[in-house]
Design a protein around this ligand. Structure first.
Ligand code: SF4
Length: 366
């Protein structure tokens, strides 16, 4: 038995902050930073217990599921240093051009058979502007919407104008994924071919068009805890609806191939901190969970996750959907079978307190 003195101060402060979030008050930035800095196992489990309570309070017992299909793979002009699909790196990721509508509808039938109600169409390229590719995509979104097989979501990179966002909305896109990836400070260590501000501007276009926003980031790229906290508050200020948390799965051939994996408890603590800062949003655990969390995957829900990406990721394999569904059943959680209307989230105003800083030079070991 441990003889170490029990630190009631930390325990009490976590409980006080948990109660504060339950009563609807926002977490202050300094409190968020303090939570991200917790080190002791017992404190992290205390934090998770509160994050679980906050999830149940705001999100109930239901876990939203979504899947993605890669509609155009690899050969991307951008140099995101974690990405297997960048043309800047030699990786084993498959490469193909825009898939045809019939293949897309086949993928939608498959996800529907798994009980998944949202299908994100993802393309590996810089982004979208007016032209024949946008015309073709809008036709595909309309076909998917009219088929009733799945909610048409998208992740198509940087948008160059309000008009592109408006056209996607008119074609049926309900939710658009565009991750901030990390903090404004660390972003230039991750990518130098586009800026953090271009990502924020894309989100602004989409919000004005009335599209729901799915935006989060990747943990374990070498960022600090402060960077993770900054990311969470930036997402809050942008008023995003779904927050995907990816954990780096280092891909051979990419500059981040040798990054040290984060300890599982650090990942679970980070998820819990995101739940404290973003209590009403869907916190969705996405890429990298199987390889980084292994047998601890069920604990993501105790850490506050309310959504799960199921099926394979863009370039890596996930555990079978049946296993995920069994995991939810064993935990007493219900997959949300209906289409997510986001009615449980307040309309969040667009405000961003910190402008993006000027890009920093990429360090030699990044
Ligand atoms: S823009 Fe997307 S597809 Fe292209 S390198 Fe970056 S993460 Fe990969």
């Amino acid at each position: 038995m441990s003889t170490a003195a029990f630190d009631a101060t930390t325990h009490d402060r976590i409980a006080r902050l948990g109660q504060q979030v339950l009563t609807g008050a926002d977490l202050a930035r300094e409190d968020g930073l303090w939570l991200f800095g917790l080190e002791e196992r017992a404190d992290i489990f205390d934090l998770m217990a509160w994050a679980n309570r906050i999830r149940e309070h705001y999100k109930g017992n239901r876990i939203h599921l979504c899947s993605i299909v890669n509609i155009k793979a690899s050969g991307c002009s951008e140099n995101c240093r974690f990405c297997a699909q960048s043309a800047h790196y030699q990786t084993a990721a498959p490469r193909y051009e825009l898939i045809e509508t019939e293949s897309l509808l086949g993928a939608a039938e498959e996800v529907k058979a798994n009980g998944v109600t949202a299908l994100g169409l993802v393309a590996a390229w810089r982004g979208l502007e007016e032209g024949p590719v946008l015309d073709k995509l809008c036709e595909q979104f309309a076909r998917l919407r009219d088929s009733g097989l799945a909610r048409p979501d998208a992740s198509l990179g940087i948008l160059r104008s309000q008009r592109v966002a408006d056209r996607l909305k008119a074609a049926g896109v309900e939710c658009y994924n565009h991750n901030l990836e990390t903090s404004p400070r660390f972003f230039s260590q991750v990518c130098t071919t586009h800026t953090y501000e271009e990502r924020v501007q894309t989100i602004r276009f989409l919000k004005r068009a009335g599209v729901k926003i799915c935006s989060g980031g990747i943990l374990g790229m070498g960022e600090t805890r402060e960077d993770r906290c900054e990311l969470a508050f930036a997402l809050k200020e942008l008023g995003v609806h779904v927050v995907p948390i990816n954990i780096l799965n280092p891909i051979p051939g990419t500059p981040f191939a040798e990054r040290e994996p984060l300890p599982p408890l650090e990942i679970l603590k980070s998820i819990a901190c995101f739940r404290f800062i973003l209590p009403r949003q869907e916190i969705k655990v996405a890429g990298g969970r199987t390889v980084n969390l292994r047998d601890l995957q069920p604990l993501i829900f105790m850490a506050g996750a309310s959504a799960l990406m199921v099926g394979n990721y863009l370039t890596t394999v996930n555990q079978p959907v049946e296993k995920d569904l069994q995991m939810l059943k064993d935990l007493g959680l219900d997959p949300a079978w209906d289409r997510h209307g986001f009615h449980d989230q307040e309309a969040a105003p667009l405000r961003l307190r910190n402008p993006a800083p000027k890009p920093e030079p990429v360090s030699a070991n990044a």
